[in-house]
Design a protein around this ligand. Structure first.
Ligand code: MRU
Length: 343
């Protein structure tokens, strides 16, 4: 884990990037070192690192690594090598906008460094990646405090997927709100959706809660309706992978169903996300690209096959919750309510 006192899945050490291998949790805590951008791209693609902000931070360090790997002796050649890496890193996963936001920030910094010696360009790129990481942690702490103010005493909070420290540079978004509320003594219980098919809820969110003594109960995804019907959920809070200009929000598959259930049962549905997750270029959620993943994730549970190999599978990794079903969006700048405008 990172040398800091808080949990972080992504950090820089001497001359390489470190990632917690999230595929191995909760069984094993494995850390991996990365010295090449191509391997960072692979780590994003294969879910070693996952969660919108964490992907963005890892990709930024990937870009910094690309500049360090480059043998270029002119600025133009260094920029060409960097562009190749930016393209490769951008091609890893399509939905979380933080990835493209972070890569664009790295590109802009490089373009603005054309008069500097190449060593300084490389150093500035690394410092920018560090800044993206530091800013993410600060944003999550701030949005956690804003969100905790919405949590009533003894709250029973339902969350989906993992929007925790592991999905960010640290602290988390949805789980950041829960962490902050727990510190105020307001959390009665967290209902942790298991989150089929990749199980980020049971593998990662439950692990984070257990590690910090946050009272939690793991449920199969199909249990949420029954809990809400019995009045056992006070609020729902999830993270986001991309928020369109009108507030429509892409997040882990199953999130939309929870928002519909929340509306039916009059349970508030909150989205917690930093501004780096907002995509002002998309007017609505219709245009958000949704990743489709390997059918094997649905044909089995882990390595265990649970369906005929011949069955066709539809496996979207995300869905879009219409803004009309979202009670409020919790950001580092405060709580935004409908109609959504993110100035
Ligand atoms: O496929 P994943 O694990 O990258 O999906 C992650 C999510 O959907 C999270 O809820 C989202 O990225 C917000 S993380 C703070």
């Amino acid at each position: 884990m990172s040398p800091e006192t808080f949990l972080s899945p992504v950090w820089w050490a001497d001359d390489h990037l470190m990632l917690v291998d999230q595929r191995r949790l909760p069984v094993e805590e494995v850390e991996r070192a990365y010295g090449r951008w191509e391997d960072v791209a692979d780590a994003i693609r294969t879910l070693v690192v996952r969660g919108a902000p964490a992907i963005g931070v890892a990709a930024a360090f990937g870009a910094a690594l690309a500049a360090r790997q480059s043998r270029a002796t002119t600025f133009v050649a260094l920029l060409a090598d960097l562009e190749t890496a930016l393209k490769g890193l951008a091609a890893t996963r399509p939905t979380a906008v933080n990835l493209f936001w972070a890569l664009e920030r790295m590109r802009r910094l490089a373009l603005a460094s054309d008069r500097l010696p190449l060593d300084q360009v490389r150093a500035r790129l690394l410092a920018e990646a560090q800044a993206i990481r530091d800013e993410d942690i600060a944003a999550n702490r701030a949005l956690g405090a804003h969100g905790a103010a919405l949590v009533p005493a003894n709250a029973r909070i339902l969350t989906h997927c993992n929007a925790g420290a592991l999905a960010t540079a640290g602290f988390g978004t949805a789980l950041g709100v829960i962490r902050a509320a727990h510190a105020l003594g307001r959390v009665g219980r967290v209902w942790v959706d298991e989150t089929r098919p990749v199980m980020q809820g049971s593998r990662l969110t439950a692990w984070e809660c257990a590690r910090e003594g946050i009272p939690h109960t793991l449920i199969a995804d199909v249990v949420a309706a029954s809990l809400m019907g019995r009045g056992q959920v006070d609020l729902i809070v999830t993270g986001a992978d991309r928020i369109a200009a009108n507030g429509d929000t892409a997040n882990k598959i199953g999130t939309y169903a929870l928002a519909v259930l929340g509306r039916h049962h009059r349970v508030p549905f909150y989205v917690a996300a930093p501004f780096s997750t907002i995509d002002p270029t998309l007017p609505s959620g219709e245009a958000i690209p949704i990743e489709e993943r390997d059918p094997a994730e649905v044909r089995g549970v882990g390595a265990q096959q649970t369906a005929p190999a011949a069955s066709s599978v539809f496996n979207p990794a995300f869905d879009v919750t219409p803004a009309a079903l979202i009670t409020a969006i919790i950001t580092e700048r405060g709580v935004v309510r409908p109609p959504y405008h993110f100035a």
